[in-house]
Design a protein around this ligand. Structure first.
Ligand code: 1PR
Length: 533
């Protein structure tokens, strides 16, 4: 790529490559898409952002006769950068829905993280890497955080040690990047790793600079701070960021208008600059509107992803839908459109509740729910399940069939026990399922992460519901995002100290500029919590 201003991108259509495209354009390069195997062989500089599941990626490559071209290109030591699955596919095989044969260029088998030691899988978030050999493109990132999202990894071994340029520690040391000659591949997402990631891409695109080696110290996964934008159309028809009090987003005035706290793309850009580790957009009226009819929301994602280089999650209305003309859209089509528009993860609320209820009733995984289908095609790291629970106090733990906790704050009539009832349709309807039972069920059905709201605490600024977050983060092995109630920096350190949450999300305090994101990060850092600064 030394003098190239056009780079070749191998996008086999499995998901969101938009962020990488945006990052490449942002760095001043044009993109040529691979359409035939010959395009690979004639490339000056090839980027391969693997997205989705290993088996499907290999199937598409084989079907399109690209496997051989890719192997030839890499064996000739042509400039190459593989990303995420684009690294894994270089290995001999993967256990993901397998064993499935890979390209076989790097010795080793890609296997699932071992969660028996208590780590959460998928590995989602910002982790520092240990540079172990000269890599050129990774120069100066020793100890800096980069963004990972994956459930499978390759381990260092005698056979592949010549390839390894960095490792990362997540319960064990796994391979975070490889390099041989002009061939590079990274397990993390440079296009989602903020300034550090952009500088890696820039170095690759501008060809190689100097480098240094590190000592391979262990590193910790950083706790994430996430900004959430609840988005809906107001009564004038404008798409606005709104914010509720216990999910009520209307002003208590004569006009009763929808609270308007800003424009989605502007606020997302601001939070990225402020150091948010991720941004979530929740289309809060998605349960009654059809998201693919909601073109402004897709437009918001497209625009936001042009300038925001950290992960974007979008939720709201992900379900099967039949429109007024009788045209049926599957939830997978809805999710695919979100991914194509720039989302890295989708978040499912109401539809996941119905799927979990059915699963708990029958004990059968049909494979047909939106959660199962999207997870199967895009991998569980791309599927968040959003829970909207409400606290229900009870006098006696045997009063209900759901998991009951002893509360730290007694109920209005002195009740010492409570359970958390799941709701659908933006908190409007309570369902016969507890948050505990739901969380365990959706993990089994393929959720990669849980966004844990709490209607009682939403917008109150009195802190997160520690009882709830502890309950859920202790009962699943996937990452849990604590949400609802943040009002001060201390609430963030409290939730990380007292629970096993992997991330904390807030909305109101950021929108109203009461507590800026850098203050949250600095506070966490001072309190000894690992964060990406
Ligand atoms: O059910 O799949 O269509 O998804 C709908 C999505 O929209 C769900 O994720 C649901 O949580 C969300 N949603 C629906 N109605 C509302 C509402 O507020 N009326 N917002 C809503 C949920 C809660 C949080 C909020 C935190 C932090 N918003 O995301 O951002 O509570 O707020 P805070 O820091 O100000 O306390 P589907």
């Amino acid at each position: 790529c030394r003098a190239a201003s056009t780079v070749t991108l191998l996008d086999y259509g499995a998901g969101n490559v938009r962020s990488l495209r945006n990052a490449i354009h942002h760095l001043g390069f044009d993109i040529k898409d691979v359409k035939t195997p010959e395009d690979i062989l004639s490339a000056d500089c090839l980027l391969f952002p693997g997205v989705g599941a290993f088996a499907q990626a290999m199937e598409v490559l084989n079907q399109n006769r690209m496997t051989e071209a890719l192997c030839t290109y890499i064996e000739k030591d042509r400039p190459f950068l593989g990303i995420c699955l684009g690294l894994q596919l270089l290995f001999e095989s993967s256990q993901e829905n397998g064993p499935i044969k890979g390209l076989g260029l790097v010795p080793g088998v890609v296997e699932r993280f071992d969660s028996s030691g208590g780590i959460r899988v998928p590995h989602i978030g910002w982790n520092a890497v240990n540079i172990c050999k000269e890599s050129a493109i990774l120069d100066e990132i020793e100890g800096r955080h980069v963004y990972f999202v994956h459930s499978y990894r390759a381990l260092p071994s005698e056979a592949n040690k010549e390839w390894i340029s960095s490792t990362c520690n997540y319960g064990e040391n796994f391979i975070s990047s490889i390099r041989r000659g002009n061939v590079h591949a990274v397990q993390f997402h440079p296009e989602k790793s903020g300034d550090v990631g952009l500088s890696i891409l820039r170095r690759f695109l501008n060809s190689y600079g100097s480098s240094r080696s590190g000592n391979g110290n262990a590193s910790k996964l950083a706790k994430r701070v996430i900004a959430c934008l609840d988005v809906r159309t107001n009564d004038k028809g404008d798409l606005v960021v709104t914010k509720g009090d216990q999910y009520d987003v209307r002003e208590h005035t004569k006009e009763n208008e929808v609270r308007n706290l800003g424009k989605p793309v502007d606020l997302a850009g601001q939070y990225y600059k402020d150091g948010a580790d991720e941004i979530s957009f929740l289309n809060i009226t998605g349960f009654r509107d059809f998201p693919l009819g909601d073109l402004p929301m897709l437009q918001v994602l497209r625009k936001a992803s042009e300038n925001v280089f950290v992960p974007l999650t979008v939720g709201g209305g992900i379900r099967d839908f039949t429109d007024g003309n009788g045209r049926h859209y599957s939830s997978l089509e809805v999710a695919s459109e979100y991914f194509r528009s720039g989302a890295d993860k989708v978040s499912i609320g109401s539809d996941a509740v119905y799927a979990a209820e059915e699963y708990l009733k029958t004990g059968v995984k049909t494979g047909k729910s939106s959660l199962e289908q999207i997870s199967r095609v895009y991998g569980n790291q791309a599927v968040v399940v959003s829970i909207d629970p409400r606290r229900i106090y009870v006098r006696n733990p045997d009063d209900v069939q759901f998991m009951v906790i002893t509360t730290s704050t007694p109920g209005p009539n002195g009740e010492e026990y409570a359970w958390y009832q799941c709701t659908v349709n933006g908190g409007r309807e309570g369902r016969p399922i507890g948050a505990y039972e739901f969380a365990k069920a959706v993990e089994e059905l393929g959720a990669g992460e849980i966004l844990l709201n709490c209607i009682d605490c939403d917008g109150q600024g009195k802190g997160f519901d520690i009882d709830l977050i502890k309950l859920i983060s202790d009962c699943v092995t996937i990452p849990v995002i604590a949400s609802s109630g943040a009002g001060a920096v201390e609430h963030f350190s409290e939730v990380f100290e007292k629970t096993n949450a992997s991330a904390a999300l807030a909305a109101g305090i950021f929108h109203r500029k009461e507590v800026p994101i850098p203050s949250v990060k600095e506070h966490l850092f001072r309190e000894g919590v690992e964060v990406r600064l």
